[in-house]
Ligand binder design. Structure first.
Ligand SMILES: *[C@@H]1O[C@H](CO)[C@@H](O)[C@H](O)[C@H]1NC(C)=O
Ligand SMILES: *[C@@H]1O[C@H](CO)[C@@H](O)[C@H](O)[C@H]1NC(C)=O
Ligand SMILES: *[C@@H]1O[C@H](CO)[C@@H](O)[C@H](O)[C@H]1NC(C)=O
Ligand SMILES: *[C@@H]1O[C@H](CO)[C@@H](O)[C@H](O)[C@H]1NC(C)=O
Ligand SMILES: *[C@@H]1O[C@H](CO)[C@@H](O)[C@H](O)[C@H]1NC(C)=O
Ligand SMILES: *[C@@H]1O[C@H](CO)[C@@H](O)[C@H](O)[C@H]1NC(C)=O
Length: 659
């Protein structure tokens, strides 16, 4: 009898324990002594701050709640809130961002830093097999993932492209007006993420810390999370830095499954990292004028907006009169593309979306690229350059016909290339046929000829700044034509380019660019080297490796050369050809072009001589090409590399430049 009662009581207790463990609930008012699982550069500081990244570029860090949470097959409601602060390296500048995530695994070791936010990599980005839900706080604008600006909050499902996103800010309860928040302002903020399983709705609310939760959420998105989430999932934070470092901190966190997250006791939270005072005075110096400028910048567009708020509104200013012939009306472009229908979308990525269209009167088939162009600053010069580029004529360049300008947006009108872009032929997963070596070699030579024209043969020097397979288009005869001049800069022969923002694509950026900010024909040559490798090997210049590191194609080719196995790195589709000597020559030339020292790279004139006239390459000593591009890209030990190798390099550079 007694035994029975005991057994019953025991079972009851067990049941209570089990049932309770289903409804996970926790609060961290600071993280001292917490058992979070950390990886990457994440750490818990002595005062209890969870620091996900530590003011170092190209790093990632994760913090997981240690045990998985049972959301159930019909995802239960949940709610979470956390207090966080981002500290930029220098006032205002820093990236990449942070995310709250729900993931099926607590091993995100293959995820990459920078734009991948420590959540995805090139391989799995966008795939439904990820089963990842995230709320991102992103401070770098990545147009490839359709980021709104460099200060936004987004709901992301399996992808870096947000399903819904908004500028960071909140709706004021009293006035209902939207208040901006700057994520990179070193201000502490609080977030609420809630999911309601009955309405199938995700809500994200942001506010300055200390303010009560605003009634109207920043984001609300109807979505059935059970489509994405598995029964049992891990929850946590991920953060990454790109080229500009920052530190991302979480100060407090609470969570509840099937209920409202307990409130965080702000008085118990550790002090946020202190702002150094020297910076503060600098901040004032910068902030005050920019507040005024911001006022002007906000009011002027609003004024203009109100005056021109109709469908085909465009921006047209007095200085544009001289460019008249190169200007298209928005109405025409709208008609040409059937109102920018999804059906006419040729591609999205890099710096915008590209649509196919047929111009109403001329019936000319065109490709129209829509680029967001936030600031008015430099617009006049930019348009002048667009118009100059419109005067370029070469059979290996895609003709730029003209432009149109709207609020915050620029449309560039190019000749339409029926065969699409080269990358579609190089990478599997596309329906395009593979190209044989003769076709590929012709494309390489064509692009080289186009570049030579840009660098040396036209009235000004044109530096393209974004050479890569996806910007090479194929005409009806499969000639390679360099397109997309959206980033090109022009300057007079005999002078140098101004220092500009470093733009381009990872893997094609010459190392000196990130140091000096100066684009030159030789930085294009570097990218051209990466491009040739891409065409010969059928691989991207930077690919994610098994451990989340980056595999750099240049390093791989160099390694194969040292081992005498260059043929093994060639695209398997090409290995049957008899032109292996020609292929090896192109590989070696690529390495010379992608040399970390600009002085060691050939000019396009020399490249043409090697490619076209069969001029032998300078005698390259593989041992003196002993560099690791990965190390250089990561900016590790680059200066010492220059010092220790420059003496050996000069022999190569004089050889190749002098011949
Ligand atoms: C950041 O963390 C990594 C790994 O913990 C460490 O090697 C590095 O020195 C840290 N950097 C700074 C600036 O604290
Ligand atoms: C980040 O590191 C850089 C370089 O070490 C330093 O100049 C800067 O002050 C650091 N920023 C912060 C906020 O600690
Ligand atoms: C995480 O995954 C990687 C690659 O899948 C694997 O090599 C590594 O051992 C895993 N780490 C742990 C701690 O399980
Ligand atoms: C949004 O979510 C769904 C998941 O059902 C995904 O397939 C879709 O591509 C997402 N992205 C966008 C930008 O809508
Ligand atoms: C999932 O749960 C919600 C809320 O509890 C309920 O309204 C809905 O009917 C459930 N759906 C299924 C398929 O069980
Ligand atoms: C969630 O909570 C409600 C009410 O508190 C309860 O009826 C329901 O069974 C709970 N659901 C789960 C999955 O625990």
């Amino acid at each position: 009898m007694f035994m029975k009662t005991y057994a019953f009581a025991f079972l009851l207790l067990l049941c209570i324990a089990l049932c309770a463990s289903q409804d996970v609930e926790f609060t961290f008012n600071g993280f001292t002594g917490s058992n979070l699982m950390l990886d990457g550069v994440a750490s818990i500081e002595s005062n209890g701050l969870l620091r996900l990244t530590n003011n170092t570029s190209q790093k990632k860090g994760h913090a997981f709640y240690p045990s998985p949470v049972r959301f159930g097959s019909n995802t239960s409601s949940f709610s979470t809130t956390f207090v966080f602060v981002f500290v930029p390296e220098k006032s205002g500048i820093g990236g990449q961002g942070m995310a709250f995530f729900i993931s099926p695994t607590n091993n995100l070791s293959t995820a990459m830093a920078a734009e991948y936010l420590g959540l995805f990599n090139e391989e799995n980005e966008g795939k439904s097999t990820n089963h990842i839900f995230a709320v991102e706080f992103d401070t770098i604008q990545n147009e490839e993932y359709e980021d709104k600006n460099n200060n936004h909050v987004g709901i992301n499902i399996n992808s870096l492209t947000s399903n819904q996103s908004e500028f960071a800010g909140y709706y004021d309860d009293d006035s209902g007006s939207f208040q901006n928040l700057n994520l990179m302002s070193h201000k502490t903020m609080q977030v609420w993420v809630e999911y309601e399983s009955e309405d199938k709705e995700i809500k994200v609310t942001l506010s300055p810390v200390g303010k009560s939760k605003p009634n109207k959420p920043l984001l609300s998105y109807k979505f059935d999370l059970s489509v994405v989430l598995k029964d049992t999932m891990y929850i946590g934070f991920s953060s990454s830095t790109g080229s500009f470092p920052a530190s991302h901190y979480v100060i407090g966190w609470s969570f509840k499954l099937n209920g409202t997250a307990p409130s965080i006791d702000l008085s118990k939270l550790p002090d946020p990292p202190r702002r150094n005072t020297k910076e503060l005075s600098k901040v004032l110096k910068i902030v005050l004028p920019s507040v005024f400028a911001g006022f002007v910048l906000i009011c002027v567009p609003i004024f203009i907006y109100m005056r021109r708020q109709f469908k085909y509104a465009e921006l047209l200013e007095d200085w544009e009169v001289e460019f008249g012939p190169h200007r298209f009306s928005y109405k025409d472009l709208h008609q040409a593309t059937n109102g920018f229908k999804e059906k006419e979308l040729l591609g999205a990525g890099g710096f915008g979306r590209v649509y196919r269209g047929v111009l109403p009167v001329s019936k000319l088939e065109v490709a129209i690229k829509r680029v967001s162009h936030g600031s008015k600053q430099g617009m006049k010069q930019f348009i002048a350059e667009v118009v100059s580029i419109g005067r370029l004529r070469h059979r290996n360049l895609v003709q730029l016909f003209g432009y149109c300008r709207r609020r915050g947006e620029l449309l560039l009108v190019y000749d339409y290339m029926p065969n699409g872009s080269l990358d579609q032929y190089l990478y599997s997963g596309h329906e395009k046929p593979t190209l044989n070596w003769i076709q590929r070699f012709k494309i390489i030579k064509g692009v080289a000829a186009g570049l030579l024209y840009l660098h040396e043969e036209w009235e000004q020097v044109v530096v393209h700044r974004d050479i890569k397979a996806s910007n090479v288009l194929l005409d009806s005869e499969l000639n390679g034509r360099l397109g997309d001049f959206g980033l090109a800069i022009l300057y007079d022969h005999g002078t140098e380019a101004d220092i500009t923002n470093v733009v381009g694509t990872m893997g094609y950026l010459a190392p000196e660019l990130t140091r000096t900010g100066k684009a030159s024909p030789l930085t294009d040559v570097f990218a051209f080297g990466a491009f040739m490798l891409e065409v010969v090997c059928g691989r991207r210049p930077v690919e994610p490796g098994a451990q989340g590191e980056r595999i750099v194609l240049v390093d791989l080719v160099l390694e194969h050369w040292k081992q005498g196995s260059l043929a093994d790195i060639v695209d398997p589709q090409l290995r049957e050809t008899f032109a292996i000597e020609e292929i090896e020559m192109v590989l070696k030339l690529s390495l010379l072009c992608s040399h970390p020292l600009p002085g060691a790279r050939p000019t396009m004139q020399q490249v043409m001589q090697y490619l076209d006239c069969g001029k032998p390459l300078p005698d390259l000593m593989v041992s003196s090409m002993n560099y690791s591009m990965l190390a250089i890209l990561q900016n590790e030990g680059f200066d010492s590399f220059v010092m220790s190798y420059s003496s050996q390099m000069t022999s190569i550079s004089t050889q190749s430049v002098g011949t």
